[in-house]
Design a protein around this ligand. Structure first.
Ligand SMILES: Cc1cc2nc3c(=O)[nH]c(=O)nc-3n(C[C@H](O)[C@H](O)[C@H](O)COP(=O)(O)OP(=O)(O)OC[C@H]3O[C@@H](n4cnc5c(N)ncnc54)[C@H](O)[C@@H]3O)c2cc1C
Length: 470
């Protein structure tokens, strides 16, 4: 019993729960709800409910921070037998790597980047590989903006385009999949895809019915407060937002300079406001305002257990085209064949690429999620806190400046929700900025220091080169 309580204390304290909704589908003593921080959390339905060892084991096995399987183990099980498969420790298994966009139809125009997040579903449906798509759309409930839902027609699938930096969970759609036979494809962030893969090892209906797993790259998950933060700066107060486009493409500048479009009530009247992300306080993804804390303990940058992983091609040679481009990591033979055929027919425009280029497109993500995860684990270890077993070992082996950046990111994660709540109470957005100013100053100081250090290093390299030549 003590073990049970320790286990639940450790994980259900929400610090290591991704809030995917998969746990509550495994055990009916558990459910999922949105907490006051705007994050999904799993909770025990009745107080002091007793779990058997068997129940605890099955819960552990579907949580990607607790399972005995990591992404490399599962990737190996899923893909290593495929003929001509490649492996890269930073990317996982892959058949082919590409960069580009959808050329046919309006996919790219209506999408966040190159449009593959929608196109791949319509192709799988058109060719009869699936009959249902599990993706994220505008919610039909007024208490949330977005939710996972199931689409069965081309038109419905197209309605689900665009990135939603908003918490979603799978418990309701999992109930439907379990009771309704069909051929499903699902899209999700790395923790969601990994937990679904773990669930499919236990649940034969899930295993038989979900035919394709489409993965997104994910810097980190956001709470609902991130949406409130964006809306408030567009003049629409928290609670008054009706809809939001987090990735409105602009017809000038690089694709990385997108805008946010918010629709909601201003003095009782419906208004639509567009603001460039660079004008928004908190738009810096590195600082990670309103990050779901468990995200800091994922080392799965490339959604390694997905059949195909999609992300943005954050590379200067591609961002100069402001219409947007995807990176694609293809692991599934059927999907690769669909892609090759569409390429030959000119319906999509893709350039084969290499693993270095794919990694370069997510450089900061790799630095935070893999290179510096060891330092976050080391800090928890030092405080004698429980740590999940990751593919990266605890280590303090990073520069002083990078340590400070990591420390400050932890502070942002911890303090922003508290200051934001107070700002709402005071009806004063400036309060949040004032409280975070000291951290903002230190954060930009250390970035300037790192930049200066890099420039000095480069200057010495050039000098050495010149000396050697003369
Ligand atoms: C929280 C989050 C963080 C991200 N971080 C990064 C990053 O650091 N680097 C990077 O390169 N890319 C990141 N992405 C992915 C990127 O924003 C695009 O979604 C991706 O490039 C696909 O774009 P597209 O034009 O092909 O898709 P579209 O054609 O626009 O389709 C998007 C698809 O994603 C689904 N979707 C939208 N929101 C969610 C969600 N929250 N959960 C599950 N499915 C969803 C939609 O239903 C749709 O099927 C992130 C996405 C999210 C949701």
């Amino acid at each position: 019993m003590e073990d049970t309580e320790n286990f639940l204390d450790t994980v259900l304290s929400n610090e290591f729960d991704y809030g995917t909704g998969v746990w509550s589908s495994v055990n009916d003593k558990l459910s999922i709800r949105m907490n006051s921080f705007g994050e999904y959390e799993t909770y025990i339905k009745k107080e002091k409910e007793v779990f058997t060892e068997y129940e605890l084991d099955s819960l552990k096995e579907v949580n990607c921070l607790l399972s005995q399987f990591n992404e490399t183990d599962l990737g190996k099980e899923l893909f290593s037998e495929i003929e001509s498969i490649n492996y890269d420790s930073r990317i996982g298994y892959f058949q082919n790597l590409y960069i580009g966009h959808v050329a046919e139809g309006e996919y790219r125009k209506n999408a966040s980047s190159g449009g593959f997040g929608t196109w791949i579903f319509t192709e799988l449906l058109r060719l009869g590989y699936i009959d249902s798509v599990i993706h994220v759309k505008k919610s039909t409930n007024s208490d949330k903006l977005f939710e996972y839902s199931i689409s069965k027609t081309m038109n419905d699938i197209i309605q689900g385009a665009k990135t939603k930096y908003y918490p979603v969970e799978l418990s309701e759609v999992l109930k439907i999949i379990k009771t309704t036979p069909g051929k499903y494809a699902v899209i999700g962030l790395p923790s969601f895809i990994m937990e679904l893969r773990l669930l499919s090892k236990q649940d034969t209906n899930i295993n038989d019915r979900i035919k394709f797993y489409i993965g997104l790259v994910c810097g980190h998950q956001k709470s609902t407060k991130f949406t409130d933060l964006l809306g408030w700066q567009c003049g629409i107060k928290p609670g008054d937002i009706q809809s939001i486009d987090y990735r409105k493409k602009l017809d000038y500048g690089p694709s990385s300079s997108y805008a946010v479009e918010v629709q909601g009530l201003v003095d009782g009247k419906m208004e639509t406001v567009v603001k460039e992300m660079k004008q928004i306080y908190g738009g810096d993804w590195g600082k990670g305002l309103f990050k779901v804390r468990a995200s800091d303990f994922s080392d799965d940058v490339m959604n390694e257990t997905a059949d195909i992983t999609l992300g943005d091609a954050w590379l200067r040679e591609y961002t100069k085209d402001n219409k947007g481009n995807n990176i694609l990591v293809v692991r599934n033979t059927i999907i690769d064949e669909i892609i090759q055929n569409a390429m030959a027919e000119g319906r999509i425009k893709l350039t084969p690429t290499d693993s270095d280029t794919i990694q370069r497109s997510q450089m900061s993500h790799y630095r935070h999620s893999q290179d510096e995860l060891g330092y976050r684990l080391y800090k928890l270890n030092k405080k004698k806190k429980w740590i999940p077993t990751k593919r990266i070992e605890p280590s303090k082996d990073i520069s002083f400046a990078r340590k400070r950046i990591q420390d400050l990111r932890e502070k942002y994660c911890e303090l922003t929700p508290i200051f934001f709540e107070k700002a709402m109470e005071l009806d004063d957005f400036e309060y949040l900025k004032k409280q975070l100013r000291i951290y903002d100053l230190e954060y930009s100081f250390f970035y300037k220091l790192i930049d200066l250090n890099r420039k000095i290093g480069r200057a010495f390299e050039i000098l050495n080169l010149k000396n050697r030549k003369s």
